[in-house]
Design a protein around this ligand. Structure first.
Ligand code: 4NP
Length: 157
């Protein structure tokens, strides 16, 4: 299998996209897949994931503690094969960095993988409690299972 590169994108790169990165990476350990994540804002650059994301990942057997937040760059649009946005605000901000149709086609709303055509958002859990993070984990787990199966079968994601 030719290597595929996947970028997960949220606002801060400390809550949702680190979980998406960790979940997909853990599912793709035996596949030739590189997973990374980034944020559309620079507010938390250099920070580790939110402790609530670290916790929900840990109790599901996934270690995301070594991740560090970074800001999405224009070059990411060229460098990655697929870019998954957590919500429509991030989706629109990612598209602003695209310069051609090929790159625009790489950008997708992640929950359209598990809920095709519904344009659902992964809710921002930052200001809520632990339950928000459990919900985010469940939504991302479902979407990443679909993505992994597409990658495994070399379907277009
Ligand atoms: P994320 O969550 O985009 O899933 O990483 C957020 C993290 C930080 C903030 C908002 C959302 N913030 O406003 O600082």
């Amino acid at each position: 299998m030719k290597q595929k590169t996947i970028l997960m994108v949220c606002l801060g790169n400390i809550c949702r996209s680190p979980l998406a990165e960790g979940i997909l990476a853990s599912k793709c350990e035996d596949l030739n897949v590189v997973v990374d994540s980034a944020g559309t804002s620079a507010h938390h650059v250099g920070e580790g994931p939110d402790h609530r994301s670290v916790h929900i990942a840990t109790i599901n057997g996934i270690d995301i503690g070594d991740q560090r937040a970074r800001k999405l760059m224009k070059s990411d649009l060229e460098d990655f094969d697929y870019i998954f946005a957590m919500d429509s605000a991030n989706y629109n901000n990612i598209l602003k960095l695209a310069t051609n149709d090929e790159d625009r086609k790489k950008v997708k709303l992640i929950l359209n993988e598990s809920n095709p055509g519904q344009n659902k958002a992964v809710p921002d859990p930052y200001y809520g409690g632990d339950q928000g993070f459990e919900n985010v984990f469940t939504l991302l787990e479902e979407a990443c299972e679909v993505i992994k199966n597409k990658l495994k079968n070399e379907f277009d994601v």
